[in-house]
Design a protein around this ligand. Structure first.
Ligand SMILES: [Zn+2]
Length: 195
């Protein structure tokens, strides 16, 4: 368990350092097995992911019972619904990373560039806006994710999931880079070539 908590703190620092989260936004979690069943370790509410301590990380069970001190992220239900629907997922990273979130606030979709595996559909999955922290968001996000590993939350941000937290982090980095590349492509295509 200590190892899981240490990993959450490390990855929180990494995604903050990479600019995927800023201020007090964003939240991440990891699921692990314990003698009482599945336990989810999640980042706290109203704290920056930049300098968390061990005691800031909150443990909850899949029913949302808080097992330690502290208050979990306001998006804890969204994380729990995803874990309940996806037994293969053990790590979740939710960010408002700027380029991907720019797309989320626009009418444009993020393309599935090379690197997302086999391209069966041209764009990343997305769901319409629901109030952050609401049951509607928790339900729609876990439904909308389906078997995908990335979900764009319109007018909000992005969720990336993985078989472990590191995989979810790598995906969050890749999604942001993809959105940045697509943005640059749109910009370049929109200007006249004056050479
Ligand atoms: Zn959010």
């Amino acid at each position: 368990m200590k190892k899981n908590i240490a990993e959450i703190i490390d990855i929180s620092n990494e995604i903050y350092g990479k600019g995927l989260v800023s201020g007090k936004a964003g939240n991440i979690s990891a699921r692990f097995k314990s003698e009482i069943g599945d336990v989810v370790a999640i980042t706290p509410t109203l704290k920056s992911l930049s300098n968390l301590n061990e005691e800031d990380i909150v443990l909850v069970d899949l029913d949302g019972n808080i097992l330690t001190k502290g208050k979990p992220s306001s998006e804890v239900n969204m994380h729990l619904e995803i874990y309940k629907k996806r037994p293969d997922v053990n790590g979740i990273v939710h960010t408002h990373s700027p380029y991907a979130t720019g797309f989320a606030h626009s009418s444009k979709k993020i393309k599935r560039y090379e690197g997302f595996g086999e391209i069966k559909v041209p764009y990343l999955a997305e769901i319409d806006y629901q109030k952050p922290g609401s049951d509607e968001l928790a339900n729609n996000a876990s439904e909308g994710l389906g078997e995908e590993d990335v979900l764009v939350l319109k007018k909000h941000g992005v969720i990336c999931v993985g078989k472990n937290l590191k995989e979810a982090e790598l995906l969050a980095v890749f999604v942001e880079e993809t959105a940045k590349t697509q943005f640059v492509t749109y910009m370049l295509n929109s200007v006249e070539d004056n050479i």
